[in-house]
Design a protein around this ligand. Structure first.
Ligand code: NAP
Length: 251
């Protein structure tokens, strides 16, 4: 890269988002580390700065239009116009359909779908004007269906359609749009699922690994590496795709 490019990563205080922010910084990007709580971004920002990179903590609820607008104003003013957006922020509100509340449904749709929509709409303005951009959306193997996740699987399948449509609309402006569908990745999200099921997290991981063809669970770095590939020049002819990163066809 001749000049520093700017990447925006949501949900980057921890887990997959934090690993992705760190990896993109290693690749030479200045990174806007976005999460609900700005203070929670400090650890990721520090790790990037310790590695000689540049990062900015941005507190933003991705499902709130005004906050998204303010976040992009801050990013553009302090880092510059973004060329890369990783829509990673996510929540779970698992329940079987008959117990799922309106709020369980709306909260998941708001963060995953509305959040990716608002962030992408704000980012594409800069990308299309600059004639180069990369958007990566975090889907999930749950898009194929998963008991107790009617809301989450609908949102993650929705993100696949969203990805393909943005790829069609934005390709002519030099912007590619792809999705990654992770399988089981060790983060606080999967730890919370184990806790909710009353299972020890280590045992939960061992059991999950037995069901995965490569016989191990995933690490946030597995996803960060795929993001790094998709935002790089080697992936410039890949758009509208969903890459399952799950140790097998669907984890
Ligand atoms: P995580 O550890 O729970 O991290 C998610 C981050 O997103 C948290 O820091 C959370 O902040 C933030 N966030 C939640 N709502 C937000 C909002 N409205 N605005 C901004 N930030 C928000 O999750 P993860 O496991 O790294 O997952 C990252 C992404 O990968 C998610 O989209 C998830 O659905 C997807 N994914 C994960 C797995 C897996 O096995 N872990 C598998 C497939 C897909 P708070 O801490 O403040 O809530």
């Amino acid at each position: 890269m001749t000049e520093t490019k700017i990447a925006v990563v949501t949900g980057a205080a921890r887990g997959i988002g934090a690993a992705t922010a760190r990896r993109l910084a290693q690749e030479g990007f200045a990174v806007a580390v976005c999460d609900l709580d700005e203070a929670a971004c400090a650890e990721t920002v520090q790790a990037i700065e310790d590695g000689g990179g540049r990062a900015l903590a941005v507190g933003v609820d991705v499902s709130d239009t005004a906050q998204v607008t303010a976040a992009f104003e801050k990013i553009v003013a302090e880092l510059g116009r973004p060329q890369v957006l990783v829509n990673n922020a996510g929540i779970l509100r698992d329940n079987l359909l008959f117990k799922m509340t309106d709020d369980d449904w709306d909260a998941v749709m708001d963060v995953h779908l509305r959040g990716a929509f608002l962030m992408s709409r704000a980012a594409q303005k800069h990308m299309t004007e600059m004639g180069w951009g990369r958007i990566v959306n975090l889907s999930s193997v749950s898009a194929l269906g998963n008991r107790g996740q009617a809301n989450y699987s609908a949102a993650k399948a929705g993100l696949q359609g969203f990805t393909k449509t943005l790829a069609i609309e934005l390709g002519r402006f030099g912007v590619t749009v792809n999705a990654i569908a992770p399988g089981f990745i060790v983060t606080e999200m999967t730890a919370a699922t184990a806790a909710r099921m009353g299972t020890d997290f280590e045992e939960f991981q061992k059991a999950a690994a037995q069901q995965i063809p490569v016989r191990r669970v995933g690490r946030p770095e597995d996803i960060a590496g795929t993001v790094a590939f998709l935002v790089g020049e080697d992936a410039s002819f890949i758009s509208g795709q969903v890459i399952y990163v799950a140790g097998g066809p669907r984890g």
